[in-house]
Design a protein around this ligand. Structure first.
Ligand code: CA
Length: 689
């Protein structure tokens, strides 16, 4: 009798989950903006505000936050996901696009789904094997896998419902990847891709959420001009590219790898378009031109994929200034008039306010020091510094390609009127690559050309001189002025959340989740986490209690080679509530080896070894002995045995299972000897005498 009753009850609660999950749709997401009980959308709501109306946790009691539960994501690479919470279930994606579903009250595992991404895909991803999250809609959970598939999973069971390869097209052999979160607008799942560093042609695709049938695809840059244009927008864009640069062969870039937002009333969706390919302007489009729609915000009709308007933030980009950073839609009173606006702080260091109905440029001011432009004219065009246009000589560009602000999420409080986002400087100098010739060029010294990078520029040909920093900024978009800042110990910190309790939450690269007073920036609370944080926190309410949650896992492009802590705990979800008493999982220390010693090499190989290391190893492993390792080991601190036997590591080696490329046919045995000379030679050169 008792057993029967239990089975009966559990089947009821299962049905309840399934029933309520079907309610996650446009109506639910709009309604939830008032209650804040769920976190049903990547940016909390369609406008991407990351502003929660919950205020149980406030400036008065935030210091009473304690751990409610933690969950092991079983991941040793970067965690960039914003969790989704609906009806008491949390859905989080981890590295290699693995999805976890857990009870949002207890952290108990419900299911996991591993899309079994082939590990050789790791070579094609510029910036770690990360995933920025899932979407939930009417009973399905959607995830984009690193190898370019879009998967629909049953929200209740984690079973595969349908799967589409979104990168199978005429350019299939190009290095497309997916790291971004899908969005569902008007019953269509929309997903972009990455790969502009490797020479792809960017696009986004919409699929029917129920069946997976492709509804539309919109390219961001023109294709081969000998073929018909896909639409008028492509015809217009083609006029802004010089065909002598053969952009259709180098791909053109313009990938939509992160930000999308949606205005249901205007029936417009907005995408942030990435950098052109190759990076070098003079090689890509020798006669100049704006190279649309790279570095732009584009408004599309989500039902048809039709172009409506665009605003280009970085015309003729030459510095990897993507416009893919999070956008936020809000209404602001400007010069006495209410305007429907779009807020944006892209990599190029300027904070933009754009009219989202028409695409009209309203204002832009720099939120960090910049030296590539002196400002924007009244038509919304940057006044570009001529020295950065002509990159014949190395230029210490600010912001560099890591951006004054990267993908780490921004939030906006309608209570304080302030936007909150991590700003940074990561020093990089750049110059034209005189040896670059054509697509697929792989010359020693070209950054990562051996694994397919194709930028046409040299990075740090001379040491950069600007100073690194990482800070949390509170920005007033009406005054276009900083309201307050908090200086972190290093760049590359997490995204933000702001609440009606006047709290801003942000994780840091040095492994802390912090709470700030939204009006003043005063630090009100912090809690240590097992490793550095790059993702953004969320909040939700269950049975009358407010929870604060964050997915933690150091990594991403900076975290591959660098770190700001001595901690290396695997990826974990930490969830806090007032009076929480759970114990944190044990933290794991980073295992740092000694500076490498004893690898035999010929010193005459050093110069050639340097160039080979730059074109095959440096973005993942850093500078041997100088950098200290991130989620990928620094080769100056691994065992002598590994480097002495480097051929066994680089040719079909054991680390391929972890995503390391196979260099068979790409490097010769004599190349490997030269790389050894660079690794041991650099370690010897910096060893204290
Ligand atoms: Ca890029």
């Amino acid at each position: 009798m008792l057993i029967g009753a239990t089975v009966f009850l559990s089947s009821i609660s299962t049905t309840l989950y399934a029933f309520e999950n079907t309610q996650v749709n446009e109506k639910h997401i709009i309604k939830n903006m008032k209650s804040g009980k769920d976190w049903p959308e990547h940016g909390f709501d369609y406008s991407g505000s990351r502003f929660s109306p919950l205020e149980q946790i406030s400036t008065k009691n935030v210091n009473e936050l304690g751990l409610a539960w933690s969950y092991d994501l079983e991941s040793t690479r970067g965690i960039e996901a914003t969790p989704i919470v609906v009806n008491g279930v949390m859905y989080v994606s981890a590295s290699w696009s693995v999805v976890h579903a857990m009870d949002a009250k207890t952290g108990k595992k419900i299911w996991t789904y591993d899309p079994q991404v082939p590990r050789e895909t790791g070579r094609k991803s510029c910036c770690d094997v990360v995933n920025r999250g899932v979407a939930v809609h009417e009973g399905n959970v959607f995830v984009g896998s690193l190898d370019g598939r879009l998967l629909a999973l049953n929200a209740e069971t984690g079973k595969l419902v349908w799967e589409k390869n979104t990168v199978k097209n005429s350019d299939s052999d190009r290095a497309y990847t997916i790291t971004g979160a899908p969005r569902v607008y008007r019953g269509k799942v929309i997903i972009g891709n990455g790969g502009a560093e490797f020479g792809v042609r960017g696009y986004i695709t919409a699929y029917d959420a129920k069946t997976g049938k492709q509804e539309w695809r919109w390219y961001t840059v023109p294709g081969d001009p000998s073929k018909p244009f896909e639409n008028d927008a492509m015809e217009q864009a083609a006029k802004t590219w010089d065909p002598s640069g053969k952009y259709w062969e180098t791909g053109g870039g313009g990938t939509v790898w992160n930000s999308m937002v949606f205005d249901p009333e205007l029936n417009l969706m907005y995408i942030g378009v990435g950098n052109p390919a190759p990076w070098s302007y003079s090689k890509r489009s020798p006669a100049g031109g704006d190279n649309l729609y790279t570095g732009s915000i584009v408004a599309l009709n989500p039902e048809t994929g039709e172009y409506v308007w665009h605003y280009q933030e970085t015309p003729g980009d030459g510095w990897d200034y993507t416009s893919t950073q999070d956008m936020i839609l809000t209404d602001l009173k400007l010069s006495g008039k209410m305007r429907k606006v779009l807020l944006h702080a892209p990599k190029n260091g300027f904070f933009f306010v754009i009219d989202r109905v028409t695409g009209e440029f309203l204002s832009a001011e720099n939120f960090v020091d910049v030296n590539w432009a002196t400002g924007y004219d009244k038509n919304g065009r940057p006044i570009v510094n001529p020295a950065v246009r002509d990159m014949k000589n190395p230029y210490d560009i600010i912001p560099g390609p890591f951006g004054g602000h990267n993908w780490h999420s921004m939030s906006f409080s309608s209570k304080t009127g302030l936007a909150y986002f991590p700003a940074q400087n990561i020093p990089v100098s750049m110059s034209e690559d005189p040896n670059w010739s054509e697509f697929g060029s792989n010359v020693p010294g070209q950054p990562m050309s051996g694994t397919g990078w194709n930028t046409g520029v040299l990075l740090n040909p001379t040491p950069p001189t600007s100073k690194p920093f990482g800070r949390l900024l509170a920005w007033d978009p009406v005054k276009q002025k900083e309201a307050w800042r908090y200086e972190h110990v290093a760049p590359w910190n997490g995204g933000t959340l702001v609440t009606a309790g006047d709290l801003v939450f942000q994780g840091t690269g040095d492994a802390r989740l912090m709470a700030f007073h939204a009006k003043t920036g005063e630090v009100l609370w912090q809690s240590a986490t097992g490793t550095g944080i790059i993702a953004a926190p969320i909040t939700y309410e269950l049975e009358g209690e407010q929870y604060l949650s964050i997915a933690v896992g150091w990594g991403g492009i900076v975290g591959l080679t660098l770190r700001a802590t001595e901690l290396d705990t695997p990826g974990t979800v930490y969830t806090f509530k007032l009076g929480g008493k759970a114990k944190k999982p044990a933290f794991v220390d980073y295992q740092m080896g000694n500076l490498i010693e004893g690898v035999k090499y010929n010193p005459e190989d050093y110069a050639e070894g340097t160039a080979l290391y730059i074109s095959n190893c440096v973005f993942c492993h850093g500078v041997p002995g100088v950098d200290r390792g991130g989620v990928v080991p620094n080769l100056g601190y691994v065992s002598e045995h590994n480097i002495t036997n480097l051929d066994k590591v680089v040719f079909k080696g054991p680390y391929m299972q972890r995503g390391m490329p196979d260099f068979t046919g790409k490097l010769s045995n004599s190349d490997v000897e030269k790389i050894k000379a660079f690794i041991q030679g650099t370690a010897d050169a910096i060893r204290p005498k």
